[in-house]
Design a protein. Structure first.
Ligand SMILES: Cc1ncc(COP(=O)(O)O)c(C=O)c1O
Length: 402
């Protein structure tokens, strides 16, 4: 039912627009028969982990898909970033955005490095050469860019800046499987890139991740570090870790890779509905990912306007959640505002990051969002944006108890 009065909104006592909850992080599951076939193979071989045949197959398929020399599968993206930092022999400070998932920054800390937060570009939500340059100092060894929402993180300008300054550039590509920077697939940028195959990602191993590089020596080092003893390719490295991917993870990720094209196509069709419908929303805009190369359309991200007549971000989130549309303030409050960084970072000025943390909302996109559901979500947002001042005022009044 399309809402026409304030009272029909669930936050004001109405019936939720959806009976089932619609999460933003949705899981693409393979058909059960395929899952059964893959897992009976694992049982028959009795080979469960330690660089098994499915991991080898997955590495080779990822390398082919991305056109990169080496794909090195790992337990997850966070471990992959830690291994990358060690393989690259980084020291001292690494420049990183605060507008990202905490794991990006935590990986640096676990690798014994000091994250230095740089602001992001308001149009791309990623680091840029302009935002990074002021933070380069004598102790900087690297820049860790994040291809947020699958958008390339200013790779050309950042590479030039890093080359001029003698810094290593590497990327967190957790969101970016299948995305490209113009003609170049992400996976080939910087010295190394780390992907996530978490259950909610476009390629899912339930958990999982992978490092990619075109550098043979770095690949050898990463393969050595991910295994805590000498069973694989030996490179001269010190500390190691258990970063191995299991056969079960590889099986899931291989099945997910088979479904990549159809999942992307579905995401794209839902995104196109959001894009078309968002033209009618005032004070809320959809971040558009099209037109910059290939994209996986894994995320639908809205930005609310900084305008008293526009719907407030937190009001929009509360209102949508009331309707069982489990929108998220993604990312909030920014990693620099989280422990342990909030205690150690000191006074720090990241105006664009702070503004984005106050104005971005992620809405559901993925297998559970059919065209009908997408239109239903748009109907709610259209009503909310069209009645923003009244909704803002009424919620403020109810909260103050008047
Ligand atoms: C940008 C970013 N980096 C890193 C990670 C961590 O990935 P994983 O859960 O595979 O360790 C995530 C997880 O969602 C992420 O969004």
């Amino acid at each position: 039912m399309i809402k026409t009065t304030l009272e029909q909104l669930a936050i004001f006592g109405g019936k939720p627009a959806f009976e089932e909850e619609l999460p933003v992080g949705q899981v693409n599951l393979p058909p059960w028969e395929d899952f059964e076939r893959m897992f009976s193979g694992i049982f028959e071989r009795g080979y469960y982990t330690n660089h098994g045949p499915l991991v080898a197959r997955l590495e080779s398929r990822i390398a082919d898909t991305l056109g990169v020399r080496h794909a090195i599968c790992m337990t997850n993206c966070t471990i992959a970033l830690m291994v990358a930092a060690r393989a690259l022999e980084l020291r001292g400070e690494v420049i990183v955005p605060a507008f990202t998932f905490p794991g990006t920054v935590q990986a640096l800390t676990w690798a014994g490095l000091e994250p230095v937060f740089a602001d992001v570009d308001p149009h791309t939500h990623t680091l840029s050469a302009a935002t990074v340059a002021p933070h380069i100092g004598p102790r900087t060894s690297a820049v860790l860019g994040v291809h947020l929402w699958g958008q390339p993180c200013d790779p050309d300008q950042l590479q030039s800046l890093c080359d001029e300054s003698g810094l290593v550039l590497f990327f967190d590509a957790a969101h970016a499987f299948g995305c490209s920077h113009r003609e170049r697939m992400i996976g080939n940028l910087g010295k190394m890139e780390a992907f996530s195959f978490h259950a909610t990602k476009i390629i899912s191993g339930a958990e999982g991740g992978c490092l990619t590089t075109n550098d043979d020596e770095l690949a050898k080092r990463a393969r050595t570090i991910r295994n805590f003893h000498n069973a694989e390719t030996f490179a001269n490295v010190g500390l190691r870790i258990n970063g191995k991917m299991s056969e079960a993870q590889a099986a899931m990720a291989l099945l997910s890779l088979d479904q990549y094209d159809s999942n992307c196509k579905h995401n794209r069709s839902i995104f196109d509905i959001y894009r078309a419908r968002s033209q009618d929303w005032s004070g809320v805009r959809l971040r558009d990912f099209s037109g910059h190369g290939t994209h996986n359309f894994q995320y639908a991200v809205l930005e609310t306007a900084n305008d008293p007549d526009a719907i407030e971000r937190d009001v929009l989130v509360e209102l949508l959640r009331g309707e069982n549309i489990l929108a998220r303030r993604y990312f909030y409050p920014g990693v620099h505002r989280l422990s342990p960084y909030v205690e150690s970072a000191g006074p720090i000025s990241l105006p664009v990051t702070e503004a984005l943390c106050e104005h971005t909302v992620q809405i559901p996109l993925g297998p559970c969002v059919t065209e009908r559901i997408a239109h239903g979500i748009c109907d709610v947002i259209e009503f909310a944006t069209g009645n923003a001042p009244t909704i803002n005022q009424r919620l403020a009044r109810e909260r103050s108890g008047d």
